[in-house]
Write a protein that binds this ligand. Structure first.
Ligand code: G6P
Ligand code: ZN
Length: 539
């Protein structure tokens, strides 16, 4: 029954920060998706008889690639495929499903927060048995395999009905179509006090951005927690996300922002991205940066039943502000600084060294799964609001009064020509040795380096993870190129200024960062290298 299809390699299938992401038209080339899926399957050891989870964020090509992958899984000897109804599984729900089913891994079909549709992005990511993104040694193996692949395996079988729960056979392999929401919602009920949240009678707006969190948020927020109908906006996943960019930041979720700044704003506002792993948190009249959200969640996590025993450690990616480090210090627990990418947290979580992790790119999560989890962050915030009986604004002010405030912003320069972006980074790296001691206005460089990380659990080293320039007094600028784009280069400039407790805690972020922005341009020559005088996106 197994059919072998001859193929030739594509040379552009290197997995990025989070799997293989390309324009949908690239994936539609003959054998393109099949080559990559086969390369993954060739690298997975012990797959005979094992369970594979498959699901995606519902974007254009989701259903087609799922049907292809199911036939290929049967031909490659997997014992069972578990797939979300409608082809839907949010990234955190897929992570949970892999763990709960004892699966060997999973294919998550998503390009996360990138737009979807026939002319937009698609992606395939492989997660391993712990539920987390494949680490670099696995993705390097996949890349190597894509470069010498000469065949892929399939079975001759019809498409299955993805919309009907139950078990069907494909090439002799059982395929189970399951409710994508139920197990995940049940997990959330073990972590958070749903009764307390319900009793607090908070009002809320949640923007699912026509992406995967719609069904999850509707079931959990409106169904189980009793928030009013209509609390979830844009709650139906659409193949093109309604033409919107499903990235929950102040630019793409500006309608939510306007709702939350209005005179009649609800108590709490949140949004999630294409595949449900990111979160945006906006209290009534108070935006919370992702870096601050991580710190505030860590400081208050013990108020939720899943974390009453306290945290083992807090991990953040290097460009994320140091706000969480101060919480770790106060709690007397370790703080870890990892490269960008959730995959670097997996080992720390598996080893029980960290409980909560977060990134400036709007990702927060814990050891309940091995992905960041947008709705988890929303529910932890709701649990904290319910227990403390205070507003987001009051909690933020109280936090800063105790720990000081890390004013923070990220400036993105998108669609820069790759050679210009590379030249900028190369020049920056070349200037590292001479930067210390240099003065930019009132700022004096204390240290500068190219961030490298040694994983404390296995000793693996990841180099060239971004240039850090640290100023005397705790301010900082970080430069790195995005690893998730699909065209050109995106330069990310991360700006941070620490204001200690008792200092200027209630100022506009832009004012507080102005001198660091000027220093960043002087240090990196952004205008000179890119011709850009202003960032495209400020978050
Ligand atoms: C994905 C990963 C995140 C990471 C982000 C960085 O969303 O899942 O863990 O923080 O990419 O994206 P960038 O575009 O900055 O490489
Ligand atoms: Zn995402």
């Amino acid at each position: 029954m197994i059919r072998t299809v001859a193929t030739t390699p594509y040379t552009d299938q290197k997995p990025g920060t989070s799997g293989l992401r390309k324009k949908a038209t690239v994936f539609q080339q003959p054998n393109y998706a099949e080559n990559f899926v086969q390369a993954v399957f060739d690298v997975v050891e012990d797959k005979a008889g094992a369970t594979l989870v498959i699901g995606g964020d519902g974007r254009f090509l989701n259903r087609e690639v799922i049907q292809v992958a199911i036939r290929m899984a049967a031909a490659n000897g997997f014992g069972r495929v578990v797939v979300g109804r409608g082809g839907i599984l949010s990234t955190p729900a897929a992570s949970h499903m892999i763990r709960k089913r004892g699966a060997i891994g999973g294919l998550i079909l998503s390009a996360s927060h990138n737009p979807g549709g026939p002319t937009e992005d698609f992606g395939i990511k492989y997660n391993i048995a712990n539920g987390g993104p494949a680490p670099e040694k696995v993705t390097n193996g996949i890349l190597a395999r894509t470069l010498d692949i000469d065949r892929w395996l399939t079975v001759d079988a019809d498409d299955i009905d993805l919309d009907a729960d139950g078990v069907v056979e494909v090439g002799g392999m059982p395929v189970e179509v399951v409710d994508p929401v139920g197990d995940y919602a049940a997990l959330m009920e073990t972590l958070f006090d749903f009764d307390a949240i319900r009793a607090a009678r908070l009002t809320m707006a949640f923007d699912a951005m026509s992406a995967v969190t719609g069904p999850y948020a509707t079931e959990i927020l409106e169904g189980r927690l009793g928030f009013a109908k209509g609390t979830v906006r844009n709650g139906t996943p659409l193949p093109d996300f309604g033409g919107h960019h499903p990235d929950p930041n102040l630019v793409h979720a500006h309608e939510l922002y306007e709702t939350m700044m209005a005179a009649d704003a609800p108590d709490f506002g949140a949004a999630s991205d294409g595949d449900g792993d990111r979160n945006l948190i906006i209290g009534r009249h108070r935006f919370v940066t992702p870096s601050d959200s991580l710190a505030m969640l860590a400081a208050n996590a013990h108020l939720a039943k899943g974390y009453t025993g306290g945290l083992k450690g807090i991990a953040r990616s290097m460009p994320t502000s140091a706000a969480a480090d101060r919480v770790a210090e106060a709690l007397g627990i370790p703080a870890f600084e990892t490269p960008t990418g959730w995959k670097f947290f997996g080992n720390l979580l598996d080893a029980g060294m960290a409980t909560i992790c977060g990134e400036e790119s709007a990702g927060t999560g814990s050891d309940h799964v091995r992905e960041k989890d947008g709705l988890w962050a929303v529910l932890l915030w709701l649990n904290i609001l319910a227990v403390r009986g205070e507003s987001v604004d009051a909690i933020a002010r109280d936090h800063w009064a105790k720990y000081g405030r890390n004013y923070y912003a990220r400036h993105d320069y998108e669609g820069v020509e790759s050679d210009k972006a590379d030249a900028l980074m190369a020049a920056l790296r070349g200037s590292l040795a001479t930067l210390p001691g240099t003065r930019f206005g009132d700022l004096v460089v204390e240290a500068a380096d190219d961030f490298a990380y040694t994983d404390p659990t296995d000793g693996s080293v990841s180099r060239n993870q971004g240039v850090r320039v640290l100023f005397e007094g705790g301010s900082r600028v970080v430069f790195r190129l995005s690893g998730t784009g699909t065209s050109g280069a995106t330069l990310r400039v991360y700006l941070e200024r620490y204001e200690p407790a008792g200092g200027d805690l209630d100022r506009e972020t832009g004012d507080m960062l102005a001198d660091i922005v000027a220093a960043a341009d002087a240090i990196a020559g952004i205008v000179e290298h890119t011709g850009r005088t202003a960032p495209d996106v400020v978050t």
